[in-house]
Design a protein around this ligand. Structure first.
Ligand code: ZN
Length: 491
């Protein structure tokens, strides 16, 4: 959660609203012998607490996800202690969003021996960009809380129409959660994973098998699901959320749809969503997958036409999906705009643009190889920026003192065209492409033949510049190795 563009706030009328809140903030649902989930009671709005699953074994407990605040996490721990006096051995964080990780510290306080498990990308986010994201979120939070406070005080919806009872309850809950988060923030220490998962790991608890699986980066780059194959129960994290799916700004919609296919492939009888009631059929998952495919294909068509994000937004029609997930509810439509329409289209656009740019950059390098083979001077020169340079590192004596050859692109093209040997055949593989704005770099292994005859191999490091006419090569540096060359894998 948490892609809100609006901000949310607490207000003079909140004490009354707070007084009206029910005491218990979640129910406990038994899913199987020793397997329970909390099901949150806060109204589904813009801020919410996640469900936590308890897997109670003969000696200890596995918990899936902490909460958005220490206070709420402590309430969940207290409920767990009413079920069992066994200690929590592992807490699995399904992803790095604040609502699933902030409460880790409460588990460490309650169970000093506990270990945290997360996907590598979740751990990396928590120890890396997470701190900055959290700071930005905290900085925006008073404004967000203020926004909701004003809606409550004015009796208005975000669209200016009279506020509904559902909106009033939702925005009041958002205000409470946001305010609690803000108040606790100075004392919160994020506790990152002790154990990192790349693809999957299996835990054992007595005879029970618990699989932690990464089904691909969907809701975030580091989603983990917790799968109990014997019980056919899966805790899906925010790959599944209700009523409005949580696509969000850190999502990758195409990968999200693929992850949902893999999730269905588990054959679960019971799906515990990150937010919302326990699911015992696939309807929500199938609908979200279809919506994501529709978003991705609509966005890709726009990117192929060269449309801007704003233009793509006008052509990707999500009305049907908004009706499916939000119905007539103004609050859920607002959530849909904030969690699906706005961020998912932007995320799909970023992915499609990056894929399209990467495709173009790779194509420029391949066109250079094709032009070299054809000794086509004009085609070669057209691929280079006017001041492009080629820097060749040739073996010297000793070998670690290379002879550096420098050529202009024009001299290089002329040299290739004059060369009377068999055609130059250069083949690259394992290319790593990095793109930021108008800058691209390609780092690739290559081998080189004169016709059928192998000559040498090495690494090409190519820098490209995006111009109004497309990508142009600014420089190529390469190494030159005669012996011990790897074979290019079959394409
Ligand atoms: Zn969440």
């Amino acid at each position: 959660m948490r892609s809100m563009r609006v901000g949310l706030a607490i207000c003079c009328m909140l004490p009354a609203l707070l007084g009206a809140q029910p005491r218990a903030r979640f129910d406990i649902e038994r899913l199987a012998d020793g397997v329970y989930t909390t099901v949150r009671r806060e109204p589904a709005s813009l801020f919410f607490e996640p469900n936590s699953v308890f897997i109670i074994g003969p000696r200890d407990v596995i918990v899936v996800d902490a909460q958005f605040s220490l206070e709420t996490t402590r309430e969940v721990i207290a409920a767990l202690r009413r079920l069992t006096d066994k200690p929590v051995r592992w807490v699995v964080n399904t992803h790095a969003h604040d609502d699933h990780i902030t409460g880790n510290q409460a588990y460490r306080d309650a169970y000093p021996e506990v270990q945290f498990i997360a996907h590598r990308a979740t751990r990396d986010t928590m120890v890396g960009v997470g701190a900055q994201k959290r700071a930005e979120f905290l900085a925006s939070l008073p404004g967000t809380i203020g926004f909701f406070r004003k809606l409550l005080a004015d009796g208005k919806s975000p669209d200016g129409s009279p506020i509904t009872a559902e909106e009033r309850a939702g925005f009041a809950s958002d205000s409470v959660l946001g305010t609690r988060f803000l108040a606790e923030a100075p004392g919160v220490h994020l506790v990152p994973a002790d154990i990192v998962v790349d693809d999957r790991i299996e835990l054992r608890q007595g005879g029970r098998v618990i699989e932690l699986r990464h089904l691909g980066g969907g809701h975030s780059a580091g989603d983990l699901v917790v799968w109990l194959p014997a019980e056919r129960i899966v805790a899906a994290g925010d790959l599944v959320g209700l009523p409005v799916p949580l696509v969000g700004s850190t999502s990758h919609p195409a990968a999200f749809a693929d992850a949902l296919v893999r999730l269905r492939g588990l054959g679960a009888a019971v799906v515990v969503p990150g937010h919302g009631p326990v699911q015992r059929d696939e309807r929500q998952i199938v609908a979200v997958e279809e919506m994501l495919r529709a978003i991705v294909s609509g966005v890709e068509r726009g990117v192929a036409r060269g449309d801007s994000l704003a233009a793509v937004r006008r052509t990707v029609d999500l009305t049907r999906w908004r009706d499916r997930f939000a119905g007539e509810s103004k609050l859920q439509r607002f959530a849909f705009a904030n969690y699906v329409a706005d961020p998912a289209v932007a995320a799909a656009f970023a992915d499609a643009t990056a894929a399209s740019a990467e495709h173009e950059v790779r194509a420029v390098v391949q066109r250079l190889f094709d032009a070299m083979r054809a000794k086509d001077t004009a085609a070669m020169r057209a691929l280079f920026d006017q001041d492009a340079k080629l820097v060749g590192m040739r073996p010297g004596r000793p070998a670690d003192a290379p002879v550096v050859q420098r050529l202009t692109a024009a001299d290089f093209a002329a040299f290739v065209a004059r060369d009377t040997r068999a055609p130059w055949i250069e083949r690259a593989w394992d290319a790593e492409v990095r793109i930021s704005g108008s800058l691209a770099t390609v780092w690739a292994a290559y081998d080189f033949h004169f016709g059928e005859t192998f000559s040498h191999c090495g690494v090409d490091a190519v820098q490209l510049l995006r111009t109004a006419q497309g990508w142009r090569i600014m420089s190529i540096a390469d190494t030159f190795v005669r012996e011990g060359c790897p074979q290019r894998p079959p394409p």
